[in-house]
Design a protein around this ligand. Sequence first.
Ligand SMILES: Cc1ncc(COP(=O)(O)O)c(C=O)c1O
Length: 390
Amino acid sequence: MLNCQKDKFNLSDDVSYINCAYMSPNLKTVEEAGIKAIYKKSQPWKITRADFFDPVEQVKSTFAKLINCPDPQRIAPIPSASYGIANVVKNIHATSKNNIVLADEGFPSNFYSWKKLSDETGVEIRLISSPNIEISNARIWNENLLNAIDENTIAVSLGNVHWADGTLFDLKKLRAKTSENDAFLIVDGTQSVGAYPLDIQEVKLDALICAGYKWLLGPYVSGVGYYGEKFDKGTPIEENWINRLDSHQFENLVNYQPEYKSLANRYAMGEQSNFVGVPMLQKSLEQILDWGVENIQNYCKNISKNSIHELQEMGCQLEEEAFRAPHLFGVRLSKKMDMEKLKANFEKNNVKVSLRGNAIRIAPHVYNTSEDFEKLTTCFKNSISQKTIF
Ligand SMILES: Cc1ncc(COP(=O)(O)O)c(C=O)c1O
């Protein structure tokens, strides 16, 4: 069982930051790695040829471990989720007879490339909306997604934890139905991987795309993508020198090389060596592996359980437990509560969460405590409008 890990971060005691879904705070080790790397470039002769390649290989191997991927060469460094998705979409050959299934109100980085493909080819986009019902919302949403997949579906693409309200989508069922229909299954793991278990050998995704600055606890512009075998001979969205075979032979770079390196390497971003970002991401991935993703989940579950119970008693709506991730969940206000008051309470008490329409997104990590949740619950309690008490 994990204890609170706040001492590994530079977080002040008077702020309850329960919003890792927005952006993670830096671990001290990550901060130090970044500062060291910035100083290194002040003396560029200290940046060696090996520095272009070895740290990236380390990140690929460490991320591969996190998702139980046997081959790190299936992992490519990417600057953003949108970049990783663009590489996926470029290699999906759709026609106007096909359809693509997306969860509605998914993050836009997993929408616009599909929209462009639709504009270019006429492929239908099926946006499956939240049913917006009080009971079993996620269960029905999952069913509707599965029902939308048919023999003309070419791809399903979604975050397995919905970024706005934390709804969990069942990847095993989606994989079964997409396989039956010979469709790609693409997952934006930005709001899950690092905090919610994902075993790539178990769910056999075709691609898994993760921005690194949230649950991977890395810096901005430090994502990672997994590309499965359907992408092995694909075309990347950009051509850069490092992705070509033997690029470590600097002397030969202008003997232009027609071959890519193996597997996912062709999808790696230009300047993948990112001398500051890569060592930072390496430190954060090592820390996550050391904690263990299951332990992070259990920790978040533990510190939030009393608060969740109290919120439900107050009439707030939360998704049923089987469809709710402990690290990211939405709370819909009870009718007695006043959103403006709640916002003011959060502000006054330094409780940092995100507001999404009539819901609050709560996203704890191992630096949070049950005291943070007590503060949060008090903010809700004090937002009950006086008029409705009598
Ligand atoms: C589900 C999801 N995907 C991706 C991103 C970030 O996308 P990008 O890296 O393209 O800026 C976010 C940011 O909030 C997100 O919630």
